[in-house]
Ligand binder design. Structure first.
Ligand SMILES: Cc1ncc(C[n+]2csc(CCOP(=O)(O)OP(=O)(O)O)c2C)c(N)n1
Ligand code: SF4
Ligand SMILES: [Mg+2]
Length: 351
């Protein structure tokens, strides 16, 4: 972690959003990552998305595990709540915090090592439970922080910087998220901010588990010719299925769209997702078709990106288990203690 705070001097001409905040108000401390690391671009995209969505930074809870990727919450949304958990344990801490206080926007930031190796059980169960969260995996195919070992998302046949061939098959996090019932699944690339910012905005407007796998090259250990997570490889194999635009409730639709069919998906919070199809046959509301498309195109060496699946009507964990709407720390004794009669009835039912 860094202890270098950014100077708070803002140029008076910086644009402000409706809350009166400039983009600088959404930044964090000075990054200590390697220059050119994809993770810093994702932090910048998160800053841009929150500024554009006019989110109050202190209404966000940012949680992470361990890794270069998991360090990044220190570099954005300085005024937000933050919890840097243990390696691979971010999802369970996020689930607990979310159950205790549903009034915050939960942003989980993790790495491919953090989520696909040590934390894969936690990744799986948070999704299948339907936790309302934005879960970003900053996926570079290596354990960057511990000097570049293959991670579980490294493609079979890809090579390390020293030329070692990876013989294991890869965990595909978006395919897994689709199978587990995630109601929003997307893949982005840290080198394509024009695609990534709207994907983050759409995920933040979604209710339910929103999984965003962002290919994020590690310039120190995985940006060479044999890698399938390098800047060059991703640019050459990127097969975007759509472009998404997020329109806030009641906002005038002014976005300029290029050619291609446009599909509108209303979200539960009143915002509208506009998807401009880049692949005419792709239907982002069909889970099975999304899985088929992914597997067929990945087998051809392509890397499908964009909003891969969305179910705008999905419920979340709170709806499934019927929790109270108020944050738990606002409940008093009257709500928390059911009284002697209710306790006697419960005890009698257990005898
Ligand atoms: C319990 C535990 N096991 C192992 C480690 C060592 N460790 C630290 S970060 C890391 C992998 C990080 O990889 P990833 O999540 O992909 O993040 P990146 O650095 O690539 O962004 C490992 C194995 C640890 N900190 N804690
Ligand atoms: S080691 Fe890799 S992942 Fe870590 S900061 Fe450097 S470039 Fe980024
Ligand atoms: Mg990694």
């Amino acid at each position: 972690m860094t202890y270098l705070a950014k100077p708070k001097l803002h140029h008076p001409s910086l644009r402000k959003n409706c809350l009166g905040y400039t983009r600088r108000d959404y930044e964090g401390k000075v990054s200590t990552l390697c220059a050119g690391c994809g993770h810093d671009s994702i932090s910048a995209a998160i800053v841009q998305a929150c500024w554009e969505l006019e989110i109050e930074p202190h209404r966000v809870a940012k949680l992470s595990g361990i890794g270069c990727s998991s360090k990044t919450p220190d570099y954005f949304l300085g005024p937000a709540h933050g919890f840097n958990t243990v390696h691979g344990r971010m999802p369970s801490v996020l689930t607990g915090a979310n159950l205790a206080n549903r009034g915050l926007l939960y942003l989980g930031v993790s790495g491919d090592g953090d989520s696909a190796s040590i934390g894969i059980g936690q990744f799986v169960h948070a999704i299948r439970r339907g936790v309302d969260m934005v879960y970003i995996v900053e996926n570079n195919g290596v354990y960057g922080l511990t000097k570049g070992q293959f991670s579980a998302t490294a493609d079979q046949g890809s090579t390390s910087k020293r030329g070692v061939v990876n013989s294991d098959s890869a965990v595909d996090l978006v395919g897994l998220a689709l199978q587990l019932g995630a109601s929003f699944v997307a893949r982005g690339f840290s080198g394509d901010k024009a695609q990534l910012v709207p994907l983050i905005k759409a995920a933040m407007r979604h209710r339910g588990p929103a999984i965003l796998d962002v290919i994020s090259p590690c310039v120190a250990f995985n940006n060479h010719a044999g890698s399938t997570k390098s800047y060059d490889y991703v640019r050459e194999h990127n097969a975007a299925v759509n472009r998404v635009d997020v329109i806030a409730p009641q906002a005038e639709i002014t976005a300029d769209y290029g050619p291609g069919e446009v599909v509108e998906v209303p979200q539960q919070d009143g915002s509208l997702l506009r998807l401009r199809k880049l692949d005419a046959d792709y239907d982002a509301t069909d889970r099975v078709a999304a899985l088929n498309h992914l597997q067929a195109h990945q087998a051809r060496g392509e890397l499908p990106t964009g909003l891969l699946f969305v179910d705008p009507d999905a419920g979340d964990l709170h709806a499934h288990v019927g929790t109270v709407t108020a944050p738990l720390n606002t409940l008093g004794e009257a709500e928390l203690c059911p009284g002697r009669e209710a306790l006697d009835a419960i005890n009698a039912a257990l005898r």
